[in-house]
Design a protein around this ligand. Structure first.
Ligand code: ATP
Ligand code: MG
Length: 374
């Protein structure tokens, strides 16, 4: 996956800018608050179709405009396949749903375009994946998996809709067993799919992350990831059939009805899933140092990069926000070496160590007050 060109009009603090990228390393350099992260946000939007910073499209539109626009040209070439050139366009406004075009054709369903462009983002904010609540970890799983599997996105939406519906029913003073069964059956159906997919996602990610983490810590740290289901399941549930898993979820939901009714919400289910991280058997969420947590997130993101390559047959584009503030010089150098085969877009306030040698292959892009210069 290679992004070739981006045009931004009234997107964040950009009024009208065009940026061309090279296939290797691209360094976006500028002082604080000039628009570096905004540029990564524009690129990420083309992959995930939602921002990593806000849910509100209105925030994406320049303060002095009523519409924001992004156009991105990229190339995709999975192994043994021909190169495909794609153009994505997006229009944002405060009061309408975002509009998306692919190769000039309007797209009505977001899931049809999701993951056409693939990108992995690593930013200082990602520390929250390890530090903050389980919701952040579910968000991590969802946003990475959606890019590779539109079906996953669809299942997630259906599941979330059904949780809401079951919760509405729980708020009523009375309901029939049949009424409740309708939603619980649906919840079990979509829930089972989500849980299976999340379990295998983490298992596959772990295989990559273990080795990457070893490299990053010079063999000192053994990293392990674990999927923690948000509803009690029997040991080895992931080897059972979907029907067996559905039965288990249904039984749990039924058992929890009374307590759920008291709290007026569905207390257990994949909407309560979590991920555990261990370094040499120690729980990183609880006991990890700041630096250890950072390295875990980096290992995790690089693992996603490899995972996407395996799934899609080519590397996604890597977006690195402000790694200079995150990693020491040696780590930065190691990272750049590791990233040779991947198109990478890095933002920084200071020139990167080793960038002089990389200067030949790398492209420097300066940002000042939403204006681009080379
Ligand atoms: P840092 O190095 O501190 O991370 P940065 O270069 O990454 O800085 P960005 O987050 O890309 O900075 O840009 C922040 C700037 O963009 C702020 O000055 C903010 O006021 C401006 N900005 C954000 N949203 C909009 C908008 N909708 N319209 C105009 N300007 C905006
Ligand atoms: Mg920034």
């Amino acid at each position: 996956m290679r992004v070739k060109k981006v045009v931004m009009k009234d997107f964040r603090n950009y009024r009208h800018e065009t940026i061309e990228f090279n296939d290797g390393i691209n360094v976006i350099i500028g002082e604080n608050a000039q628009g570096k992260t905004n540029l990564l946000e524009a690129l990420y939007l083309c992959a995930a179709l939602r921002s990593f910073r806000t849910r509100k499209d209105s925030e994406l539109v320049n303060f002095d405009a009523s519409f924001g626009y992004i156009k991105m040209n990229f190339e995709s070439q999975p192994m043994d396949e021909e190169k495909e050139k794609v153009e994505m366009e997006m229009v944002f406004s405060a009061d309408q749903k975002k509009r998306v075009k692919r190769n000039g054709l309007s797209q009505t369903r977001i899931s049809d375009v999701m993951g056409t462009f693939k990108a992995v983002l690593f930013s200082p904010e990602d520390l929250k994946i390890v530090k903050d609540s389980p919701a952040e970890r579910r968000q991590f799983m969802d946003s990475e998996m959606m890019q590779v599997s539109p079906k996953y996105y669809h299942t997630l939406l259906q599941y979330q809709k059904n949780v809401k519906q079951r919760n509405q029913l729980l708020k009523k003073t009375s309901f029939s067993d049949e009424e409740m069964m309708v939603w619980e059956l649906q919840l079990a159906e979509y829930g089972a799919q989500l849980m299976m997919q999340r379990f295998y996602f983490l298992k596959e990610i772990e295989d990559f992350a273990v080795n990457i983490h070893k490299q990053l810590t010079e063999d000192r740290e053994q990293l392990n990831l674990g999927y923690e289901p948000g509803i009690p399941l029997s040991a080895g549930w992931y080897n059972a059939s979907k029907e067996v898993l559905m039965d288990q979820i249904m039984a749990q939901l039924k058992k929890n009805r009374v307590s759920d009714q008291m709290r007026q919400t569905t207390g257990k289910g994949p909407h309560r899933d979590d991920i555990s991280f261990q370094i040499n058997k120690m729980d990183v969420r609880q006991f990890g140092s700041q630096g250890q947590k950072r390295t875990v997130v980096l290992s995790l993101k690089l693992a996603v990069l490899e995972w996407m390559k395996e799934k899609a047959g080519e590397y996604p584009v890597l977006l690195l926000d402000d790694v200079t503030s995150e990693l020491d010089e040696k780590r930065q150098r190691d990272l750049l070496d590791y990233l040779k085969p991947v198109q990478t877009i890095i933002t920084t306030t200071h020139p990167l160590p080793g960038m002089a040698e990389k200067g030949k292959e790398g492209k420097m892009i300066h940002v000042e007050k939403g204006k681009i210069s080379l």
